[in-house]
Design a protein around this ligand. Structure first.
Ligand code: ADP
Ligand code: MG
Length: 490
């Protein structure tokens, strides 16, 4: 995605460029600050379990419209409730995914677990959702936020994002701009999500039961996960966190007399999935069996299988159709507010509407992004690449994908700092994606906890389609809130 030549540039937090000697000095400090405060990751190219690189970051916080940030924050409890209601609507999930699961094996495997669990009845009525709703400001609508996606599984970076606010405040202060700190909203994402897990642990009400993190075979984003684990132990010293892969659970896990999940002798109260959202995490049937075992257990899942399915791109597309929100939200004002954050999302199912979207994509591909039912980045097809991708698919295969209007975010200018990159960093054109975290806990009839829980900002080069932080084009950041009537500071 290359931004168009006339894309507006948001006013910067401070005047750039910095003098080279000042830039070198503050960047070196910021790198050390990041490593020392755990804004870090394992290296993929030179992996060692004994060392960390700082996570790519933007030196000075990127601007984001205050009004839109506040809107996203205020909407989160409504979105939490929406997703909770969607997750508990068997008919909606089943009909929405009906075509997709005919051709998408991964979603079909998840759906099969759902079906089996439904057939036997849910052992655990409660679910916990640790959600992250992602947005970009859209320049064609006065920078109004548009939802990129909603994550219901493994919503990451709450840990590191929490550390990044003090880091960027430190940098601003070093540069003599302490007066600007007030425009960086405080971020309690880590506490918000972890306290949510502990509320679920309280509902389970067994003092010796543990919280289980389901992890990948190798966790590159280790700090973000450890922040959660360490926060829980430090804040709630009586609660233990275990980390296990799906394969470990297959080997060690079993159900007790009351269907409690046991790992050896240890009973599991809450399962927090940081893996299990992509096909590569399931090496064989063993991992699927482990997932099923957990779903049938008494443990409170984050996410439960129905929450996981509610987070698919296909469900997001269905929700954006006119009149669908009315099924899940009662208040007309709320329906209006949520409706406004959706951009055009189109089904590619093999029917009249789907075939019309197909034709539209072939005709004006530059307006769209094509998305499969996958999470974790790097799976989408953009703009001019769409026709070839679509033509390679059969009519039925298309129903595994959805089409979405491209959002056009405003540009910001700044320094992106990456491990191993040349010093000093150069000023680059960037665009940002805001993530708002939410926590929702409840059963089919009641929501017992529902709150907004902090934020994260991910910023990428404006020339990049996607900004995976570990993948190389994105960096962690925090919002610097600007008002439209702020004085020009450039
Ligand atoms: P994933 O589940 O892989 O994270 P996303 O839907 O978040 O999938 O897409 C990945 C990235 O692609 C986003 O972080 C964003 O940078 C870009 N992207 C996705 N949808 C759009 C869109 N409609 N307009 C512009 N960029 C998009
Ligand atoms: Mg995403």
């Amino acid at each position: 995605m290359t931004s168009e030549a006339n894309t507006p540039v948001l006013r910067n937090c401070i005047r750039l460029p910095l003098a080279e000697d000042e830039l070198l000095e503050v960047t070196a400090k910021a790198k050390d600050y990041a490593i020392m405060h755990g804004a870090a990751m394992r290296s993929k190219t030179a992996f060692s379990p004994d060392s960390l690189n700082f996570a790519p970051f933007v030196l000075v916080p990127s601007s984001f419209p205050r009004k839109e940030f506040e809107k996203a924050v205020a909407l989160q409890p409504i979105i939490n409730r929406l997703m909770h209601n969607v997750a508990h609507d068997e008919e909606f999930i089943t009909t929405t995914l009906a075509e997709t699961i005919k051709v998408d094996e991964f979603t079909a495997n998840l759906f099969n677990i759902y079906r089996k669990v439904l057939a036997h009845g849910f052992t655990q009525a409660y679910s916990i959702g640790l959600l992250r709703s992602d947005y970009m400001a859209h320049v064609y609508e006065d920078c109004a936020i548009k939802q990129v996606e909603i994550n219901t599984v493994a919503s990451s970076f709450a840990g590191i994002a929490t550390q990044l606010v003090p880091q960027q405040k430190f940098v601003l202060s070093e540069l003599g701009h302490a007066d600007k700190l007030k425009n960086m909203p405080q971020n309690n994402a880590l506490a918000g999500l972890c306290d949510g897990m502990v509320k679920a642990w309280d509902i389970y009400a067994r003092p010796n039961a543990v919280i289980l993190f389901i992890i990948e075979d190798v966790s590159y984003n280790i700090c973000d996960q450890r922040f959660h684990e360490f926060y829980i132990r430090e804040t709630y010293p009586h609660i233990k966190v275990l980390r296990r892969t799906l394969s470990d659970v297959h080997r060690e896990g079993k159900l007790g007399l009351n269907k409690e999940l046991l790992l050896g002798q240890q009973e599991v109260a809450v399962i927090y999935f940081r893996a299990g959202y992509e096909p590569g995490h399931y090496h064989s049937q063993a991992e699927w069996d482990a997932r099923y075992l957990m779903e049938t257990s008494l443990a409170i899942k984050c996410p439960s299988i129905h929450y996981h399915l509610a987070g698919t791109k296909k469900v997001q597309q269905a929700l954006a159709q006119p009149a669908v929100l009315e099924r899940f939200i009662n208040d007309p004002e709320e329906i209006k507010a949520v409706g406004k954050i959706f951009t055009g999302l189109y089904s590619l199912d093999d029917n009249e509407a789907g075939n019309a979207s197909y034709e539209m994509a072939l005709k004006t591909p530059e307006k769209f992004v094509l998305k499969p039912q996958r999470e974790g980045g790097g799976n989408n097809v953009y703009g001019v690449d769409i026709p070839d991708a679509l033509k390679r698919m059969s009519r039925v295969e298309r129903s595994a994908w959805i089409l979405m209007d491209l959002i056009h975010p405003p540009l910001t200018k700044g320094y992106m700092v990456r491990p191993g990159a040349e010093m000093p960093p150069q000023i680059v054109d960037m665009v940002s994606e805001l993530g708002i975290f939410g926590v929702v806990i409840g059963d089919a009839d009641h929501i017992v906890h529902n709150y907004q829980a902090g934020h994260m900002l991910r910023t990428k080069l404006s020339t990049a389609n996607e900004g995976g932080v570990a993948a190389g084009l994105g960096a962690l950041d925090s919002p610097y809130l600007i008002d439209s009537d702020d004085e020009e500071e450039q």
